[in-house]
Design a protein around this ligand. Structure first.
Ligand code: ADP
Ligand code: MG
Length: 635
């Protein structure tokens, strides 16, 4: 959806005077309170809390998948079923026992079950993800419904899994000699696993890979241009959510001590999705809140409705559905942001600088560094590039070179084919004929992340930023390829030194582009002109040798334009090759070394600004009534 909308709760800073507690302190206090109360809570409450924990674990995976990654899955309950059935089968089946030669200590069987469940889920989720995540729009949710249903029926129809009756006699979990047979005992494990998972995913989101993950929803084209393999990230996110569901299923099987297919059907899958309704901006704690609300609501409805209506029936399903509709209507962004806004009076968002300083100083890490090519070297070369859209020739045999240390401008009336050409030379689209070479390599059929890896940085005509994230985070995404720590390192917080280096680089580029005062504000709250400059900073963070700028001066005020001119001249002096599409003729004429003029997809002139301005064909194209851009708008 609109990724520049600013619904960031962290940004709506509370008045400092009233703030009493940081989110981290609040979390720790709540966890401590729960831990202290655990031994004294009534049996029933403990059992409900354990169920909430199990649901929240699955919902947290869905918050990552749906809320953050933008991929809707109705089929998550099926993965819970896989985790539950794997352990139930291994713990009870004579076949499984025979396979292991009866040599295994019974106390270890549940762990073998966990392993089996994770391996199975991993393989299945990867295969399903690789096939279905390519689908666009509504097809993906529909597809998750399809495989959610198939897995559910499969579980119910396999004789060795007990058919519709399921499997009974699942043993309790045994840890260090203690049998965790009661909800009170196992609940501790459930909540420990949940909190650990929340911590790991919180860390993941606050990392290099986390920034790439956040770009999956609505920013994939942009992320690819920053070097992110978005298809791979989508599959990984899907697998992560599936594994969390499987772990929840494993715990569930040892809590209930029996399994049957019913809890893993589609309607539970839908409920789980409702729990993750803290979707909007994707808040992890929203999963716990959603799980708690829905579990309690169902509990209450089952109690209250029959006595209220005087007859029993499945009324709770109807009332439940209506309530959900109300919630979706009223709190489109999810409940969590609303709650966070209210709590904002007492909870102060932790200041990034303060926590940075509180961290132990990590040894400095060097980001990958690229030497700039020698001045005059050909960086980007287009040879007879054509692009046809059906009968329309948007680009007709365009040849052009860009050298290190020069600014080359591409101008032409609207619809001349400038943006199309940009897409050809940045890997967004392939030419119908002709060839593009970058750093000497033929680039036909290569995706834009390969262009990024070879040193091409770009901005977009229609700004593509993660609006709710800070300017610094947006710019750090540009340096994605200069660091390498992956998901696991991020989850375990082993990436802090590298992360610090990335953020330092981002701040350096922001400073250099004159936006130092805005580094910590959400990108969407900047003016359009400033957002364009953020895009330039993001491109520069990747240390490009080729810079493609699509209308960088649009929306900038006079002084900002001048500052941009100075910056681009400076980059040229450092040896970058810059290709710029721009409408502001005064800006272009003063800045560019060479200009290529397009009309109806064809090059009609190329040369220095003076040559182009004197060219009769150019004058005709611009003055002949087609457009009045060359008349100079010196705003
Ligand atoms: P410019 O950026 O110079 O204003 P564009 O490159 O956006 O021009 O468009 C050039 C021509 O190609 C226009 O006539 C436009 O309608 C057409 N065009 C651009 N993209 C597509 C597309 N994906 N499908 C069909 N026609 C397109
Ligand atoms: Mg355009």
């Amino acid at each position: 959806m609109n990724n520049t909308s600013s619904s960031n709760t962290a940004a709506s800073a509370a008045p400092a005077g009233r703030a009493l507690i940081t989110p981290r302190q609040l979390t720790l206090a709540l966890v401590a309170a729960l831990a202290l109360a655990w031994g004294f809570l009534p049996e029933f409450t403990v059992s409900v809390l354990s169920n909430i924990g199990l649901y929240a674990l699955v919902a947290a995976g869905l918050v990552m998948l749906t809320g953050v990654g933008g991929m809707t899955s109705f089929g998550q309950a099926a993965f819970v079923g896989m985790g539950a059935y794997a352990t139930a089968w291994i713990c009870t089946s004579p076949t499984a026992a025979a396979w292991m030669g009866g040599a295994v200590n019974p106390a270890l069987l549940p762990w073998a079950g966990l392993l089996l469940g994770l391996v199975f889920t991993f393989a299945l989720a990867w295969a399903l993800g690789a096939v279905t995540l390519k689908l666009q729009g509504h097809y993906l949710p529909l597809c998750t419904i399809a495989w959610g249903l198939s897995l559910y029926y499969l579980l119910g129809n396999m004789d060795f899994l007990g058919g519709q009756t399921g499997i009974t006699g699942v043993p309790p979990l045994v840890v260090a000699g203690y049998s965790l047979a009661t909800p009170r005992a196992l609940g501790v494990v459930i909540w420990a696993v949940l909190l650990l998972a929340l911590w790991a995913m919180h860390n993941l989101l606050d990392s290099r890979e986390g920034r790439a993950i956040r770009a999956l929803k609505g920013g994939r084209l942009m992320a690819e241009s920053m070097g992110v393999d978005t298809a791979r990230h989508r599959v990984k996110l899907f697998v992560l959510a599936a594994l969390l569901a499987a772990v929840s299923g494993w715990l569930y099987a040892h809590l209930q001590r029996f399994v049957n297919p019913t809890p893993f059907n589609l309607s539970i899958g839908i409920e789980l999705l409702f729990m993750a309704v803290g979707r909007g901006a994707g808040h992890l704690w929203g999963a716990v809140l959603g799980a708690a609300l829905i579990t309690l609501l169902k509990e209450k409805l089952q109690d209250v409705l029959p006595s209220l209506l005087g007859s029993s029936g499945n009324f709770e399903v109807i009332v439940f559905g209506l309530l959900m509709l109300f919630v979706l209507q009223r709190f489109a962004d999810g409940l969590w942001p609303t709650l966070a806004r209210i709590a904002g009076r007492w909870v102060r968002p932790h200041a990034a600088a303060a926590t940075d300083a509180a961290r132990p100083a990590a040894p400095p890490v060097q980001l990958a560094h690229r030497d700039l090519p020698a001045r005059g070297e050909v960086l980007l070369q287009a040879t007879k590039v054509s692009k046809r859209f059906g009968g329309l020739v948007a680009n007709n045999d365009i040849s052009m070179t860009l050298k290190a240390g020069e600014i080359h401008a591409l101008i032409g009336p609207n619809g001349a084919g400038k943006s199309t050409f940009f897409n050809m030379v940045s890997g967004v689209d392939d030419p119908s004929s002709g060839e593009v070479r970058l750093a000497g390599q033929p680039m036909t059929a290569k995706p834009s992340r390969v262009f990024a890896a070879l040193g091409l940085g770009r901005t977009f005509q229609h700004v593509r930023l993660l609006g709710a994230r800070s300017v610094a985070e947006n710019v750090a995404l540009g340096a994605h390829l200069r660091a390498r720590r992956g998901w696991l390192a991020a989850m375990l917080r082993l990436d802090r030194a590298e992360e610090a280096a990335l953020m330092a680089e981002a701040r350096r580029q922001i400073e250099r582009c004159g936006l130092g005062a805005h580094a910590d504000t959400p990108a969407a709250s900047l003016s359009l002109g400033q957002q364009r400059v953020v895009e330039i900073a993001r491109a520069l963070a990747g240390q490009p040798s080729v810079l493609l700028l699509d209308e960088p001066a649009a929306g900038l005020r006079h002084l900002e334009k001048r500052a941009l001119s100075v910056l681009l001249s400076q980059l040229r002096a450092e040896g970058l090759g810059i290709l710029v599409v721009e409408h502001d003729m005064e800006f272009v004429m003063n800045l560019a070394d060479r200009i290529t003029v397009l009309e109806f997809g064809t090059v009609i002139a190329t040369g220095t600004p003076a040559e182009v301005q004197a060219n009769p064909r150019v004058l005709e194209a611009y003055l002949g009534g087609a457009d009045d851009e060359l008349l100079g708008d010196a705003r």
